[in-house]
Each structure stands twice: as structure tokens, then as C-alpha cells.
Design a protein around this ligand. Structure first.
Ligand SMILES: Cc1ncc(COP(=O)(O)O)c(C=O)c1O
Length: 457
């Protein structure tokens, strides 16, 4: 090994022979699979949606290519992380610049990039409040912090979450997740109560609002001390199968929670950053202002980043408590985040999400008219879904059919996903840069997938 003596810098040593420090990549299909099987832990290996592994080699904008060179229209955005498209040049430039300056700076020291980004994020929140930001590394970590903040600020313990919600995989985030397949059979956080989710298609009170608010009243009355730390909610449930909460629910729910001494936490991890097509935040479509907002995924276009944005008064509850994330506010990730905001604004991507989203929704509705296996088509912006059922009356989930359809969408050039508590929902969430010109391809791929499915059935 080369010795680094007096005044010899490691960067000079490396620059003298850069090839020596380059880690090789083996792109051979079988070895990619076998290496992963051999060295990934079961916990990271198990989640494989397709029958045969899908290996991505390259992406550009809304398109992906596998290792064999097949092209796909991406309708998943790497689980909604790649908000403004693959290899976005603005993100690349920002990240490259920052990586060349300083690759990490922990928050005990000062750096302008995260501070700029905090200011810019706060500026995207509703006017009339003073917002502050705590940066994290992932959505679940941010959810945990939001729960801690709600409890610290209110001095109360009980937290209410909705059935069919997904908030992440850490102990805290899992505790407020209302889908059994995402929860582990262990003791999770105490003081969590679930209330019915106002799912207008499948919910226990059907297509209504007030009965769901009555359920919340009952949860508060019978399941808590009457004083709560807060409510946590996704205005459009993501992994739950793209379930938009109906107009009127959130204002009623927020009023009840605040009357019980709690704060309102909105999880914008999937729906934020313009994805729903009307505003930066999905809560804005409900005319409510939360106390705490949780951000991740689309915030960094795939760079690991999360954030909790809170009203200053609420966040001050932690002023005298130690809470530190070693990688929180990493300047490279924050540079990516700043570029995301610029691109969303300069390229009018929120409006694009709305317009292209409407066209994609029309396609799904058109297919629904032809195939009675589609029980419901829903969503807004670029958070869309088609729910498959065996019977329009009983709404029996068409789970195996969905699994087949999902494989077929891949064959026809789409990357989509299965979601919902029963995994019978086709989820369509492309990057915000998808174009009207992509709609014809999408239509043909969806139509061909359903046609093949019916031939197989
Ligand atoms: C709505 C929602 N909240 C929180 C999370 C957790 O985010 P992460 O996977 O970054 O921990 C997710 C992840 O899918 C999510 O969909």
C-alpha cells in the first residue's frame, strides 16, 4: 500500500493512479442475482415484486433501461423518490459541485446549504405561520421524530392513526402503520389508536364523511384518556392503495384532535412535492394547516433525505433535549433537495403533474369501461390507481389477477406497482416530468396488459 508521508495528500495519491481505486461492477445477469442472494440479509432480499428479477442499468427522465437494454416508461419513480426524473441534470450539477467542496458537515457545525434549503422549504409552507425544519435521512426516521415532537410539545401520549395507513418500518413508524403485513409481531409503541379510514370505495361507511368523523369521536372517547398528543395522517394513502381522503374529513378531524389537546401531523412522504398536482402539499387540497409536516422520498430525487417541518412553537418543545442525526442535513443531499425545488418551480412540474395526471386517469377510466375486473379508478395528479375486484358488488379483491396483470405491465414496457392492504391495486406514480407524449404509450401498454390478462383468465 502507498504510504502517505509528510505533506503527501491522499487526494494526490489517488489522482496519480485513479484506476486503482475504482470498484468494478459485474453486469452479468446471473451473477447480479446470485451475489445479491448470497450477500443480502433476508430482510433486504425478500421484497421482490416480479417473478423474475428486474435489473436496472440506466435511467433518463421518465424512462428506465434494464441490463439487457429493454426500455420502460417508469410509473413508480423508485417508490416515488425520483420526483423530477432520472439523472436530472440540475440535481447532478448541484450534487457534483457540493461533493467536490465538502461531502459531509454534521449539524453541530454550520453550513449554508442546509440552512438555505430549510429557508426554501419553510417558504413552501402555508403563509401566516413561522415554520422551522429538522433534516433527517429517511421518511421513517422523520415520522419517529414527528411522533416524539407531538408528545414532547403536548405532554400527552396517545396518538391516533388511520386504518390502512403506511408510515414506515422503524419501531415508531410501524406502530402508526395500519396494515398488518407491514407490522411485525412484537411490542410496538404504546398509546397508538387506529380509527377507520374514510375510504370512499371500500371503507366501512362507504361513500360518506360524517360517519368516519363519528368513529374518530368514538376512538377519542373510548380509546384514549381524552387528551391526545396528536393525529397522524396521509391525505392520500399511498401503500394503502392510493386512497384519497374525502373533502371535509381533514378539517373535521383536525378540529377534534386540537380540541383534545393534540397536534396534527401530515405525512407528505409520498404525496408531497407537487405529486398530487394542485399544490406542493396534498394537505393544501383540504384547506387545512397541519402543525407538523413529514417529508422524504421526492424531496431529494432519490438522495437519502427526510425532513420534519413544524410550527416554530411546536418545535421549540425540543429546545432543551438532545436529538441528533449524524447524517442529518448532509450538504450533498440538501443540494439535491434545493435543485428539486428549483426544477419543480422553473419547469412548472406541479401543473404538468395535474395535466398529464388527468390524461392518465382518463386512460384508466377508459379501460375500466371495458373490463369489469376494475372496481375503482381513483387518485389525483400523478398518484393514480386501478383497484381489481372479482365481483363489483362484493368487491372481493382480485389478488392473483393483479399479480398477473402486474407481470404483464412489465412485459408491455411499464414499471408500475401493486399496492393496497390486499395487493390488488395497480399504482401509477410516474416522475413529475412525464410528458403528454407518453400517454399513448401508456394507453397501449395498459390496454395490452388487460387484453392479455383476459385471454389468460
Ligand atoms: C407515506 C409514507 N410515509 C413514510 C414512509 C417511510 O419512508 P422511508 O421508506 O424513507 O423510511 C413511506 C415509505 O414508503 C411512506 O410511503
Amino acid at each position: 500500500m502507498t504510504r502517505i508521508g509528510n505533506h503527501t495528500r491522499i487526494s494526490d495519491v489517488i489522482k496519480a493512479d485513479p484506476g486503482r481505486y475504482k470498484a468494478g461492477i459485474d453486469w452479468e445477469t446471473d451473477t447480479i442475482v446470485s451475489r445479491r442472494d448470497r450477500f443480502y440479509a433476508a430482510s433486504q432480499r425478500a421484497f421482490v415484486p416480479y417473478r423474475t428479477p428486474l435489473i436496472f442499468r440506466r435511467g433518463q427522465d421518465q424512462y428506465l433501461w434494464d441490463e439487457q437494454g429493454n426500455q420502460y416508461l417508469d410509473c413508480l419513480s423508485q417508490n416515488l423518490c425520483v420526483s423530477i426524473g432520472y439523472n436530472n441534470p440540475a440535481v447532478t450539477a448541484a450534487v457534483q459541485h457540493q461533493a467536490e467542496q465538502l461531502q459531509h458537515c454534521t449539524t453541530m457545525f454550520f453550513h449554508p446549504v442546509p440552512a438555505h434549503f430549510a429557508e426554501e422549504l419553510a417558504g413552501k409552507m402555508p403563509a401566516g405561520e413561522e415554520w422551522v425544519v429538522h433534516f433527517m435521512n429517511s421518511g421513517a426516521e422523520a415520522i419517529d421524530f414527528a411522533l416524539l415532537l407531538a408528545r414532547s410539545y403536548t405532554g400527552n401520549n396517545d396518538i391516533i392513526s388511520l386504518a390502512n395507513s403506511y408510515h414506515g418500518a422503524t419501531f415508531g413508524a410501524q406502530s402508526v402503520t395500519g396494515i398488518s403485513s407491514f407490522r411485525h409481531n412484537i411490542s410496538l409503541l404504546n398509546g397508538i389508536q387506529f380509527t377507520s379510514n374514510p375510504d370512499q370505495y371500500r371503507g366501512i361507511h362507504g361513500n360518506t364523511v360524517q360517519p368516519y368523523l363519528d368513529d374518530l369521536d368514538r376512538t377519542l372517547l373510548y380509546g384514549t384518556s381524552g387528551q391526545v398528543a396528536g393525529l397522524i395522517v396521509e391525505p392520500i394513502q399511498g401503500y394503502g392503495g392510493i386512497v384519497p381522503l374525502p373533502a371535509g374529513y381533514l378539517p373535521g378531524a383536525f378540529e377534534r384532535i386540537r380540541a383534545a389537546g393534540g397536534v396534527c401531523i401530515v405525512d407528505e412522504v409520498q404525496a408531497g412535492f407537487g405529486r398530487t398536482g394542485g399544490d406542493y402539499w396534498s394537505f393544501a387540497l383540504h384547506q387545512v394547516v397541519p402543525d407538523i409536516v413529514v417529508l422524504a422520498k421526492g424531496i431529494g430525487n432519490g438522495y437519502p433525505l427526510g425532513a420534519v417541518v413544524a410550527k416554530r412553537e411546536v418545535a421549540e418543545a425540543m429546545a432543551n433535549k438532545f436529538y441528533f442525526n449524524t447524517y442529518g442535513a448532509n450538504p450533498v443531499s440538501c443540494s439535491a433537495g434545493r435543485a428539486v425545488l428549483k426544477v419543480i418551480d422553473q419547469c412548472n412540474l406541479i401543473d404538468n403533474a395535474k395535466q398529464v395526471g388527468l390524461a392518465l386517469l382518463d386512460v384508466l377510466k377508459g379501460v375500466q369501461e371495458k373490463y369489469d375486473i376494475i372496481g375503482d379508478v381513483r387518485g389525483c395528479g400523478l398518484m393514480l390507481a386501478a383497484e381489481l375486484v372479482r365481483n363489483q358488488q362484493t368487491k372481493e379483491p382480485a389478488v392473483e389477477e393483479m399479480h398477473e396483470l402486474f407481470q404483464l405491465t412489465r412485459k408491455h414496457g411499464l414499471v408500475a406497482s401493486k399496492s393496497g392492504a390486499h395487493k390488488n391495486v395497480l399504482r401509477i406514480c410516474p416522475p413529475l416530468c412525464i410528458q403528454m407524449e407518453d400517454v399513448d404509450f401508456f394507453e397501449a401498454a395498459i390496454a395490452n396488459s388487460f387484453q392479455d390478462l383476459y385471454q389468460q383468465m
